[in-house]
Design a protein around this ligand. Structure first.
Ligand code: NAD
Length: 313
């Protein structure tokens, strides 16, 4: 049984990590969050220690590390806001644990280089949650693409509208310095998935960026992709809104819909199983997606020219 600590325990995604720790037969022994709304811990690990101050958490982790081999933390799961991930991963590795970090791993590709050095110095590893890579429909699509001629280019449209209330722009998620903006915070899942399926990135053109939506064109070895991401309810197509849904997710490949809306709920469990078996996705596997979103953040949008997504017009 492995011992886990959790950083960012009071947030939205933390319970999925608690569930995955439990489902894989392991134990959460310590958790930290500056916010103390963490009653959810009782549903999973009522015995876990909890800290609202980093220094006290650090003292506890350090004590466990020096007490005995069977007391030390094996894995630290990181569910804090995006801009803190690299610092929290450094803490995990220097504390003698492997890290399991939420997406996006970091905001900029050069943060990966520093972490690679710390992996080398400490002998501990960073694992990331790239959960679409373990989604059965995505794995099947990747296999299909691999079985086709190597120079085949698919025409892909990716549309993801996940409406969020006014709170979003008031929270750290709406602050580009903390979340990276919506292409980073929401899109990184999909940009990693596109790279995973269609190979190396060759071109990255940004047509539109605002606080609530972002759109562009990406060319991979095996695909030309028009993408559109939004958190604005007004972008949800009228027929979908009429059914009471506030989310619209569509990926078409050569005009054919890829159905992957089901099967999302246990992807954290699946990711944990892979990590515990030594098959976790590491730092380098994140580089393409992180470079993609960093470029989208910094690029000057070109407006409605070239291969822009139809939802933009
Ligand atoms: P959230 O705002 O609900 O939770 C973040 C938590 O971090 C809060 O409890 C907050 O108090 C805590 N926090 C703030 N500053 C901290 C600090 N200095 N040290 C430790 N904790 C601190 O956000 P969330 O939606 O749970 O997102 C957390 C992470 O999970 C983000 O990186 C996000 O991108 C990622 N996420 C992943 C998925 C997924 O499907 N894999 C879904 C949602 C969020």
């Amino acid at each position: 049984m492995k011992k886990f600590a959790l950083i960012g325990a009071a947030g939205y995604i933390a319970p999925r990590h608690m569930q995955a720790i439990k489902a894989t037969g392991n134990e959460l022994v310590a958790a930290y969050d500056p916010n103390d709304s963490v009653g959810i811990i009782d549903s999973h690990f009522p015995e876990a220690h909890f800290f609202t101050e980093f220094e006290r958490f650090d003292r506890h982790v350090d004590k466990l590390h020096r007490q005995a081999e069977n007391k030390k933390i094996d894995f630290m799961s990181i569910c804090s806001p995006n801009y803190l991930h690299d610092s929290h991963m450094r803490f995990a590795l220097r504390s003698g644990a492997d890290a399991i970090c939420e997406k996006p791993l970091v905001l900029n590709p050069w943060n990966i280089d520093g972490l690679l050095e710390i992996e080398k110095d400490t002998g501990h590893k960073v694992n990331t949650i790239l959960q679409l890579r373990v989604h059965p429909a995505i794995v099947a699509l990747r296999e299909k693409v691999k079985s086709q001629p190597r120079d085949k280019k698919y025409e892909v449209d990716l549309t993801y509208i996940t409406s969020r209330g006014k709170w979003y722009l008031q929270s750290w998620k709406g602050d580009i310095n903390k979340s990276g903006g919506i292409a980073t915070n929401i899109g990184v899942h999909f940009f990693d998935m596109l790279h995973f399926i269609f190979g190396d990135l060759q071109q990255n053109i940004v047509h539109h960026v605002s606080e609530t939506k972002s759109s562009g064109f990406l060319e991979y070895e095996n695909a030309r992709v028009r993408w559109f991401l939004s958190i604005d309810l007004e972008d949800v197509p009228a027929d979908i809104l009429a059914t009471g849904q506030r989310t619209f997710r569509s990926i078409t490949v050569d005009g054919e819909d890829i159905e992957f809306s089901g099967g999302f709920t246990d992807l954290h469990n699946r990711s944990y199983e892979q990590i515990l078996a030594g098959n976790g996705f590491g730092l380098e596997e994140n580089r393409t997606a992180i470079s993609t979103v960093a470029h989208i953040r910094d690029a000057q949008p070109i407006g409605l020219q070239g291969d822009y997504h139809p939802f933009l017009s």
